[in-house]
Design a protein around this ligand. Structure first.
Ligand SMILES: Nc1ncnc2c1ncn2[C@@H]1O[C@H](COP(=O)(O)OP(=O)(O)OP(=O)(O)O)[C@@H](O)[C@H]1O
Length: 374
């Protein structure tokens, strides 16, 4: 079932929780609502569900206008972070609950309910736990049961509010892989809320990045990562180093540090260069591309890479820099805590000063000092 939101807005008293926003979700799509706390993700999800009324706008499920429809009539399944299972009911009864309370005209008969519950429990791979009570289940198992229960009534749309938020990292990873394959197998349309960028990028067909009650960007994960259209999205999606520079003579200067500046058709300007932590290499001296002295603060060999934390040396940056090196890069030049090293960027994104436009992508590969960069 496709979902179409048109000019949806929401205020709580004087507070504008959602500015007017529109969003089209295709049938069978899995959409992640990603944003910091308070950005309006849950409010938007609750409006789609019908648990909250919007102040303006229209909501359509397929051809059906559901704007004024009660939650009960929208055919949505809902999964919350805190499982919300009935403690006094067995697993099987929890899953059957939504079917048992249907009005008589729609309610399947007893045998059909039993059959459907059995099938759902097999689908979430917990058939052997049908007679247990929620207190006898692990967090991951409870959340699978919550999902089976949400799917029991064959909803048109499945809405999930931080479904894995209460689980530890390993179970979380397992469950999200499992949810994605279940989604692909059954083909329901789902919208989930998360503030975990890794979760959003891994699970979603498209990610909706939200901040302060509005949509910053909607894109497929790879596109979002490759072309973040604002500083906010950039900052929110992983480790980034920021070089704030004043432009003089084709170099961006920050005290004694400099990076050769990107060029473009637009007149040059001062601004900020955003460089991801895996787009830096470390050297024993400055190069033609950059003079970026940094003091090594920490070296963490974490799994596939070595993360080096770096403090700007005789120039200014609001945050500590980070370089993610491959183990072989690190082995060639094993930097030590306390050493001064020189960073060289490979690729970056340039935000012009006083501009709200999307950044320009820049690259320094195989270039000399006076070359400009595309
Ligand atoms: N019932 C309410 N009454 C007043 N303000 C509310 C209400 N519900 C939400 N808000 C406010 O609206 C804003 C958006 O809240 P919402 O729960 O949608 O954010 P969120 O992005 O889901 O955050 P989190 O990740 O912390 O759950 C917040 O500032 C919140 O305080």
């Amino acid at each position: 079932m496709s979902i179409r939101l048109e000019n949806i807005s929401k205020t709580f008293g004087q507070f504008q929780a959602l500015s007017p926003m529109s969003l089209n979700i295709d049938e069978g799509e899995m959409i992640g609502l990603l944003g910091p706390s308070g950005s309006g993700k849950t409010t938007l999800l609750r409006i789609i569900a019908g648990l909250e009324g919007a102040n303006s706008g229209r909501i359509q499920f397929g051809d059906r206008d559901v704007t004024n429809q009660h939650v009960r009539d929208r055919h949505v399944g809902f999964v919350f972070q805190n499982y919300a299972l009935f403690r006094h009911m067995t697993v099987a009864d929890n899953v059957a609950f939504g079917l048992e309370v249907m009005d008589a005209k729609q309610r399947p008969n007893k045998t059909e309910i039993q059959h459907r519950v059995k099938h759902l429990l097999e689908m979430v791979q917990l058939g052997h736990l049908a007679n247990r009570y929620p207190s006898q289940l692990s967090g991951g198992q409870k959340q699978r049961i919550a999902l089976a229960r949400a799917l029991a009534t064959k909803p048109d749309v499945l809405l999930l509010d931080e479904p894995f938020g209460a689980l530890d990292a390993k179970v979380r990873k397992e469950l999200r892989r499992w949810l994605r394959s279940l989604h692909d197998e059954i083909g329901f349309t789902s919208v989930f809320v998360t503030h975990d960028q890794e979760e959003a990028l891994e699970l979603s067909d498209r990610v909706v990045v939200m901040s302060n009650g509005h949509i910053e960007q909607i894109d497929e994960p790879a596109q979002l990562y490759a072309q973040p259209n604002s500083r906010f999205v950039f900052d929110f999606l992983g480790n980034v180093n920021v070089f704030e520079g004043k432009l003089t003579q084709s170099r961006l200067h920050n005290h004694n540090a400099w990076i050769t500046a990107p060029s473009s058709d637009v007149p040059m300007n001062s601004g900020q260069l955003y460089i991801r932590s895996h787009e830096l290499s470390l050297h024993t001296e400055a190069s033609k591309i950059a003079n970026l002295p940094l003091k090594v603060v920490a070296v963490n060999p974490i799994g596939a890479e070595v993360r080096v934390e770096l403090a700007p040396h005789e120039w200014q940056s609001e945050q500590i820099w980070e370089a993610d090196l491959t183990h072989s890069e690190y082995d060639r030049n094993p930097v030590k805590r306390g050493e001064i090293v020189y960073a060289e960027p490979r690729n970056g994104y340039f935000f012009r000063e006083n501009s709200h436009q999307a950044p320009e992508q820049v690259s320094w590969q195989s270039r000399s000092l006076d070359e400009t960069v595309k």
